[in-house]
Write a protein that binds this ligand. Structure first.
Ligand SMILES: [Zn+2]
Length: 582
C-alpha cells in the first residue's frame, strides 16, 4: 500500500462536502414556526434511471431543480416535498439521465468554421474530396480563397502525399488551403504555394516540413506541421461573423450530444473574444476552459502576455487559466517524439521533432505552475510524454504540489516506466478514446514504423485506469467526431464504433462503462476545475444533464454509439430538445 490518498476518493469527498454546504444554502429559508421550509422546484423529473456519478455511483429516480441548481436527487417518494403548484413535473418514463458531459480536448471554433466551409470530414476517398472541393468552389464563386479541411492522410495510402495537382485540376485560379482531419498537415494547390512564395529553394521551417517531389525537389502540395503556417498566414483572416457562426455551430452540436462543458485545446486572443461575444449574447450554453496557445518562438517572456489574456478574459462562462503546450507532432508523419527511433528505410535515428527543447519546457512549466496556470500538453509519442512528465516533476520539485491539475492529451504511446508517474505527479491522462482501435492510421501508417516495443503500449487506457490515474476523455473534434457515445463505445470495446473492425485492438486495454462515463463527466469536470459545480448530479450542483433514449447499461456495448440525446439542460434550461416532448 502507499500512503497516497486515491485522488478519485479525495475528489468525491470534496464533492460531498461542497454539495452538503450548498444544499444548506438552498434550503435555509425558515417558516414563522421555526421549522425548515422546503424550497419548491421550478422543474422536477421523476420515474427515471438517473445515473448520478456521485462518489458511490448511485442511481436515483427523481431530480428537482430550482433556479438552475439541483435541490434534490433521490427516490420518487422523497421528491414530493419539493413539488409545489408552480413546479413543472416531467415523467422520464424510465429513461436514463447522465450529468451533462464535458469534452476535455476540443477545437470548437476551428471545427465549426471548417464545418461551415469546404468540409471534407464526411468523405473518405481522394475522388470524393476532389468532387467536394469542386462543388464548393462552384457554389462560392466570389470567395477569393477556398478554405476548409477534414481530409484524412489514410485516404492517400501509405507513404503517399496529398498532391497539389489533384486540386489544380478542379481549382486552378484561386488559392486552396485544406487542413487534414488530424490538424497536422496542410494540403494546398499550386496557386497557394505561389502566393506564399514557397519554391524548391524555400528551406523547411524549424517546426515543420515542406513535402517535396522526390525527383524534382519541387514543393508537392502538402505542408507538415508549422510549414502550413507559411500559406495560412497569406489567406484572408476569418471575419468575426465567420468565427461566431463557427462557434454557434459547435455549441449547438455539442449541446445535442449532451455536452455542457469543454476544454478548448488551443486559443488565441481572437478565440477568447469570440467566446465572449457569444456569451454576451446569451448563446454560450457551455462552460469553457480555454487553453492559451504557447508560442514556440518566444520563450518564458511570453508568460506576461498570457497572464494578461487570463485576467482580461476569465469571466462569465470562460476560464482562461490553462496554457496549451504542444510538445510533438504525430506518429504518422514521424514528427511524434519517440524513445526508440522510427523504423524507416534508409533513415536512421529519426526520433521525431520536440517542439520545445526539454530544458526550456521544464522552465516554462515550472513558471506557469507557480503563476497559477494549468498546463495542457499535447504529447503523442512516448518520448514527448516523458518530456512532459519530466517538466511537471521539475515544477513539483521547485514549487511543491500546487494542485494545478496538469494534463497530457493524446497519449498514443506511454512507456510502462512512465505510466505510474501520472498518479504520482497528479497528472491527468486525457485520452481521445475514439482512436484506440485498429484503423488504417494504426495498422498501415503507425505500427509498421514504430519500434516493436512501443507497439505493445498503444493507447493504454485500461493500464492507466487500473494504475489509479485520473482518466479524462476528449474528442479532439474536428479531428474526430465529437459524439461521446461513439467514443465511449470504442473505449469499452477497442473496436471501431461504426463497425469498422470486429476484433478488439489490445483488448486488455478496454475499460468498463462506469469508468468511461466518469471520464466524460466527473473526471473531465475535475480536469476543467469545475467539479464543485458540474460533473455529477448532486444537490447544490448546476442542473446540467442529458436525457438519453436508452439505458447504456442495458444494451450491448456495440450499440452505445447509436444513443441519441433527447434533452439537454444547461443550468436548468433546455438547450437541446424539449421537456414536454420526452
Ligand atoms: Zn487537439
Amino acid at each position: 500500500m502507499t500512503n497516497h490518498l486515491n485522488p478519485r476518493l479525495a475528489l468525491s469527498i470534496a464533492t460531498i462536502l461542497v454539495a452538503t454546504a450548498l444544499a444548506g444554502c438552498a434550503r435555509e429559508g425558515k417558516d414563522p414556526n421555526g421549522t425548515q421550509a422546503s424550497v419548491h422546484a421550478d422543474l422536477a423529473f421523476h420515474n427515471g434511471a438517473i445515473y448520478t456519478v456521485n462518489g458511490a455511483r448511485s442511481w436515483a429516480e427523481s431530480i428537482a431543480i430550482d433556479d438552475g441548481r439541483i435541490i434534490y436527487v433521490g427516490n420518487d417518494a422523497g421528491a414530493k416535498e419539493y413539488i409545489g403548484p408552480q413546479t413543472r413535473v416531467v415523467d422520464l418514463k424510465g429513461r436514463m439521465v447522465l450529468p451533462g458531459m464535458q469534452d476535455a480536448h476540443i477545437h470548437p471554433i476551428l471545427g465549426g468554421i471548417e464545418a461551415n466551409g469546404c468540409d471534407l470530414n464526411a468523405a473518405n476517398t481522394v475522388d470524393e474530396y476532389i468532387a467536394i472541393i469542386k462543388k464548393y468552389a462552384d457554389e462560392h464563386p466570389h470567395q477569393p480563397w477556398i478554405k476548409g479541411g477534414g481530409w484524412s492522410m489514410a485516404a492517400f495510402g501509405p507513404g503517399a502525399l496529398a498532391r497539389k495537382e489533384l486540386i489544380d485540376a478542379v481549382v486552378p485560379d484561386r488559392p486552396v488551403i485544406l487542413m487534414s482531419r488530424d490538424g497536422h498537415t496542410t494540403w494546398v494547390n499550386s496557386l497557394a504555394l505561389e502566393v506564399a512564395g514557397i519554391t524548391s529553394d524555400t528551406p523547411d521551417p524549424a517546426d515543420g516540413r515542406i513535402d517535396r517531389d522526390p525527383k524534382t525537389g519541387e514543393p508537392s502540395g502538402s505542408l507538415q506541421e508549422g510549414a502550413g503556417v507559411l500559406v495560412a498566414d497569406k489567406a484572408p483572416p476569418d471575419t468575426d461573423a465567420i468565427r461566431d457562426a463557427g462557434l454557434r455551430y459547435a455549441v449547438k452540436m455539442l449541446n445535442a450530444y449532451g455536452i455542457t462543458g469543454i476544454q478548448d485545446a488551443s486559443v488565441y486572443e481572437e478565440d477568447l473574444k469570440t467566446y465572449h461575444r457569444l456569451d454576451a449574447a446569451g448563446e454560450l450554453s457551455l462552460h469553457v476552459v480555454a487553453s492559451i496557445w504557447w508560442e514556440r518562438e518566444p520563450g518564458l517572456e511570453q508568460i506576461e502576455a498570457i497572464k494578461k489574456l487570463r485576467s482580461n478574459y476569465t469571466k462569465g462562462r470562460v476560464d482562461a487559466s490553462t496554457v496549451k503546450i504542444m510538445q510533438d507532432g504525430v506518429l504518422e508523419n514521424y514528427t511524434g517524439v519517440v524513445l526508440e527511433p522510427y523504423r524507416l528505410k534508409g533513415q536512421q535515428d529519426v526520433h521525431g521533432i520536440p517542439m520545445i527543447e526539454p530544458e526550456l519546457l521544464q522552465q516554462a512549466v515550472t513558471k506557469l505552475d507557480a503563476e497559477g496556470f494549468q498546463v495542457h500538453f499535447h504529447a503523442i509519442g512516448d518520448g514527448a510524454v516523458r518530456q512532459a512528465l519530466d517538466a511537471v516533476e521539475a515544477a513539483r520539485t521547485a514549487n511543491g504540489e500546487l494542485g494545478r491539475r496538469h494534463h497530457i492529451s493524446h497519449l498514443q504511446l506511454i512507456h510502462p516506466d512512465d505510466q505510474p508517474r501520472f498518479r504520482r505527479l497528479n497528472v491527468i491522462a486525457n485520452f481521445q478514446p475514439l482512436w484506440a482501435y485498429a484503423d488504417d492510421y494504426v495498422t498501415e501508417l503507425t505500427l509498421p514504423f514504430i519500434s516493436e516495443q512501443a507497439a505493445t503500449y498503444m493507447y493504454p487506457i485500461g493500464s492507466m485506469e487500473r494504475g489509479g490515474a485520473i482518466v479524462a476523455f476528449g474528442s479532439d473534434w474536428s479531428v474526430s467526431t465529437a459524439n461521446p457515445f461513439e467514443q465511449i463505445e470504442t473505449a469499452v470495446t477497442r473496436m471501431g464504433s461504426l463497425g469498422e473492425t470486429d476484433e478488439p485492438f489490445m483488448p486488455e486495454e478496454r475499460i468498463g462503462l462506469p469508468e468511461a462515463l466518469a471520464a466524460f463527466t466527473i473526471n473531465a469536470a475535475y480536469t476543467n476545475r469545475n467539479e464543485q459545480d458540474t460533473g455529477s448530479l448532486e444537490v447544490g450542483k448546476l442542473a446540467n444533464l442529458a436525457v438519453l433514449d436508452r439505458n447504456l447499461f442495458d444494451i450491448p456495448a456495440t450499440e452505445i454509439s447509436e444513443t441519441k440525446v433527447l434533452l439537454t439542460l444547461f443550468e436548468g434550461k433546455p438547450v437541446h430538445g424539449r421537456p414536454d416532448e420526452l
